[in-house]
Design a protein around this ligand. Structure first.
Ligand code: GLU
Length: 486
């Protein structure tokens, strides 16, 4: 995680422009309160919202004895939560609750490797908040997984679930490993040992993991099977709901695999017209062509949008005529990266970021857009498909340049939304058609977008702060109703 290290060698050729992007005019998002039918009141009458609130929540940091490190993703995330919490007037004790996870679980477990030796692995499960329902969030397998990053990602899950109104709290987990260097058998044994190490801390009604970077439906299948072995007291069918993102043949939901990309496309369809962008004619570039980037690309191609540049860990490519997203998927499946794709030419990282596009979509890891990249980005809109792809300093540069940011907790909430549908289907043993999944996903995404626009208008703030405000308002209401035990 941490900073992106793409290690790209500058490539020669490429007819993209490298001149600095001109400041884009600030687009105006209108608020359509009449179309927001979930009883959240009407917007205020104040003027055009622009600025990001600047007051820092230092008193909460002090009270919790957190020594603020601006490069720490968890501190950054909590800071954003607290800025928004203060805007919505969240009670002080509720701010303190949200500023720390409820539980931080760290486990070490040995795994038999193919060459006969045993290797010790480190795993995490962080349960941030369960005011709205069971903890929910993915499992990441990555060499740079760290406790603070998992804590940050767990907070983001709390925010996301609340914003799209699925009845879950936030959690996240991971194993520090490089799945690309593990054999299939080793990956299975890591997964089974990790599941057994945390099996008494999770459960279908308590904490429900899912896929994230470095894990997939097969990993979820091994995890579900191991959990069933570890809990003989539970009805076998009930154990399916302990994890989502499973293969469709094993209790998974239709539409789950593409869900994050589909949700992002739903958000773009809802937001772009008001920003003066026609999705059927727009150009865009992507960071990452994994699950989120790949699905977003293929789904946007169906809408008529033109993908002109992609960057991933293997390099960057450009094609002014448009990249064939289906052919690129086949290439990435075979070679595990975009480099060497014949339907485009290699470009360097600076050319990639400065390539003029309507929409720029980071869909890989965290913290890739620092001020350096933010100064280069030549787009009207940045739509965050990845979790926390923009640093606070990068965010400030984009805002100052008038680039509209559609924030991650809104744009990538489609995955957890369809995870919720999968959980509901497992619990009821009634399985939905792909059309039903798509329609219900769209409904959650559109409502979340409208909530964000409404909050933006109400609190006169940037879109990111507004999305957090809309999420936190809901959590505050629930805490007010529940109170704090005893
Ligand atoms: N890992 C995904 C995310 O960050 C999905 C989580 C889930 O489905 O629970 O949103």
């Amino acid at each position: 995680m941490a900073k992106a290290k793409t290690g790209l060698a500058p490539a020669s050729g490429g007819n993209v422009s490298t001149r600095p992007a001109p400041p884009a005019p600030r687009p105006a998002i209108r608020v359509q309160s009449e179309s927001l039918h979930d009883g959240e009141g009407s917007p205020g009458t104040s003027g055009q919202p622009v600025a990001k609130p600047t007051h820092l929540p230092s008193s909460v940091f002090k009270e919790l004895e957190i020594v603020r490190d601006p490069s720490n993703l968890f501190h950054q995330t909590i800071e954003q939560v607290l800025i928004s919490a203060q805007l919505v007037g969240l009670k002080h004790h509720q701010q303190i609750i949200l500023a720390q996870p409820k539980n931080e679980i760290m486990v070490h477990f040995p795994v038999l490797m193919d060459d006969g030796h045993h290797k010790l692995f480190k795993g995490y499960r962080v349960q941030h908040n369960n005011a709205l329902g069971p903890y929910k969030g993915g499992l990441r397998y990555h060499p740079e997984v760290s406790l603070d990053d998992v804590k940050a990602l767990a907070v983001l899950m709390t925010m996301k679930c609340s914003l799209v109104r699925v009845p879950f709290g936030g959690g996240k987990g991971g194993v520090k490993c490089n799945p690309r260097e593990l054999s299939r058998d080793e990956l299975m044994r890591v997964t089974r040992r990790f599941c057994s190490a945390i099996s008494n801390q999770i459960g279908p009604n308590y904490d429900i993991p899912a896929p994230d970077v470095g894990t997939n439906a097969q990993v979820m299948a091994w995890f579900a099977d191991t959990y069933a072995q570890m809990t003989p007291e539970l009805n076998r069918n009930d154990t399916l709901a302990v994890i989502t993102g499973k293969p469709v043949e094993m209790g998974g939901s239709l539409g789950r695999e593409k869900a994050t990309g589909q949700g992002l496309v739903d958000i773009l369809k809802e937001m772009l017209p008001e920003l003066g962008i026609d999705i059927t004619k727009m150009t865009y570039s992507l960071i990452g062509f994994g699950n989120v980037g790949g699905w977003t690309g293929r789904l946007l191609s169906k809408c008529g949008a033109k993908l002109v540049a992609v960057l991933d860990h293997t390099g960057a490519i450009n094609n002014d005529q448009g990249i064939d997203t289906a052919a690129l998927s086949v290439h990435v499946d075979k070679t595990s990266g975009v480099a060497g794709f014949r339907g485009a030419e290699a470009i360097d990282e600076i050319q990639f970021y400065s390539r003029p596009v309507d929409v720029f979509i980071p869909a890989a890891l965290e913290q890739m857009i620092t001020p350096k990249q933010a100064k280069l980005i030549n787009a009207k809109v940045v739509a965050e498909g990845a979790n926390a792809p923009t640093t606070p300093e990068g965010d400030a540069v984009l805002l100052q340049r008038g680039i509209e940011i559609l924030p991650a907790i809104l744009c990538n909430a489609g995955g957890v939304t369809v995870s919720y549908f999968e959980w509901v289907q497992n619990k009821s043993s009634v399985y939905w058609t792909a059309d039903v999944v798509d329609e219900r996903l769209n409904n959650h995404m559109v409502m979340a977008a409208r909530r964000t626009k409404l909050a933006r208008h109400k609190y006169e703030c940037d879109m990111r702060t507004a999305a957090y405000c809309a999420a936190i308002e809901q959590i505050g209401k629930v805490y007010d109703l529940r109170g704090v035990f005893p």
